[in-house]
Design a protein around this ligand. Structure first.
Ligand SMILES: *Cc1c(COP(=O)(O)O)cnc(C)c1O
Length: 412
């Protein structure tokens, strides 16, 4: 689990100040006084690096952005008001009407609705595929394909993608690869595996205690002199930012083409709360990915129908052992066969908190078909792996033996 060890040092050292307030400075101001008209002009033309207005950037949020960018080896990051806002920022910064998206995996409900309903209203079509459908993915690529969108772990179908293989398809075809890494921060490094943009809902395990809604998109450096230079198909729309911002081009592209006009900016107080959570992320992740394996194994052995790739019966067990050696996040699912049985379980558990969130310090659980996926038709639910009795569980920091005891009692 060496992946976590590195960040124990990095996060606490970077988040705390070495002078004055130890806790990160919270700049709770929407606007900033420029002092003189000359400085105002300089801030607006970019020659003076001072805050302009909190919709376009805030010092507290900037600190969070720099830490998350470093975490993923990105050249920069843009924090947003929610995880959905990060996905919207990343995708809308790349596509225009008439373009197409290829979406892979058992998608988060909000992302599925964004692609299937909302973006289609603006003339952007999305094709959906299972993680192992590599040939169909390859066949679906056309000149209009601008983005391949992938979740690092299917939520809640728990299927694991072969990220390197998908990144190769995207790279060979000069298509922007966006990976939603909400479930596996630190465990998976999307940019190192070939993604152009990593998106996060920081609401989940990064903050880890339900105290702040937030998101972030982390961008890779553009290779201005190499293969990304102006002939690059994938960045055909952002050449002007390559000229003005060079390797940083994806950041002004996202800020000026989406953030400025759609306004999904992070709130400084949420950024502060997120940094407090981030300090303990490696510690929590390391414990939880271990607990998930312990609890999943024991419950499955006791006859509950558990879906998690650490179990030998899972079709991606091998991939779990090789590509996901730092775990695949806090989730597993239990199939109770019927809605009645699922409700009975949820009514009987004393330990799990019933909520739509995931990645919390506490163990959380939710019946899928009657909540997040209630508006989806049968065919879509089948594709996303939503069965009538499916409960999604997000394991917390409790003693795993306490969780096992409580769940076995609830299932009786
Ligand atoms: C929760 C979640 C989102 C959306 O995040 P919000 O902060 O709720 O907007 C996106 N992707 C995944 C995988 C999620 O779990």
């Amino acid at each position: 689990m060496n992946n976590f060890e590195k960040y124990y040092t990095q996060f606490v050292q970077e988040i705390g100040n070495k002078e004055a307030s130890v806790s990160p400075t919270l700049t709770n101001s929407a606007s900033f006084a420029y002092g003189t008209p000359e400085i105002a002009e300089g801030i607006f033309d970019g020659s003076v690096k001072k805050p302009l207005y909190s919709r376009m950037g805030n010092p507290t949020t900037a600190k969070l952005e720099s830490i998350l960018a470093k975490m993923d080896g990105g050249i920069g990051a843009v924090a947003t008001s929610s995880g959905m806002a990060a996905t919207t920022l990343a995708t809308m910064s790349i596509v225009s009407s008439g373009d197409e998206i290829i979406s892979i995996g058992g998608l988060f409900g909000g992302t599925y609705a964004l692609f299937d309903e909302t973006l289609s209203r603006f003339g952007i079509k999305t094709h959906f595929f299972d993680v192992d459908d590599l040939q169909s993915i390859q066949n679906a690529i056309t000149d209009k394909t601008k983005i391949i969108f992938l979740e690092s772990v299917g939520n809640p179908n728990m299927r694991l993608p072969n990220i390197s293989a998908i990144a190769k398809i995207a790279n060979d075809a000069q298509i922007v690869l966006i990976i939603d890494n909400t479930i596996t921060p630190l465990s998976i490094s999307p940019l190192a595996l070939g993604a152009d943009i990593a998106v996060y809902s920081t609401t989940k395990v990064i903050t880890g205690n339900s105290s702040a809604l937030g998101g972030c998109a982390v961008f890779r450096a553009i290779n201005v002199d190499g293969k990304d230079k102006f002939k690059s198909h994938r960045y055909s729309d952002i050449h002007k930012f390559m000229e003005s911002a060079g390797a940083m081009a994806l950041i002004p592209n996202a800020k000026k083409r989406v953030m400025r006009d759609f306004g999904m900016s992070a709130n400084a107080h949420a950024s502060y709360q997120t940094m407090l959570g981030l300090e303990t992320l490696p510690l929590r992740m390391q414990r939880i990915v271990k607990s998930v394996e312990i609890v999943a194994k024991e419950l499955d052995a006791k006859g509950l129908n558990i879906n998690h790739p650490s179990l030998e019966k899972h079709p991606h067990h091998q991939r779990y052992k090789t590509d996901f050696s730092n775990g695949c996040g806090t989730l597993f699912t239990i199939d109770m066969q019927s809605k009645e049985k699922a409700f009975e379980f949820l009514n009987k558990t004393h330990l799990a908190t019933i909520t739509a969130n995931i990645g919390d310090s506490r163990t959380l659980a939710l019946h899928m078909a009657s909540t997040i996926y209630r508006d989806f038709d049968t065919q879509t639910k089948d594709f996303l792996g939503i069965t009538e009795g499916l409960i999604r569980v997000s394991i917390g920091l409790e003693n795993p033996q306490d969780i096992i005891k409580d769940f076995l009692k609830a299932a009786q």
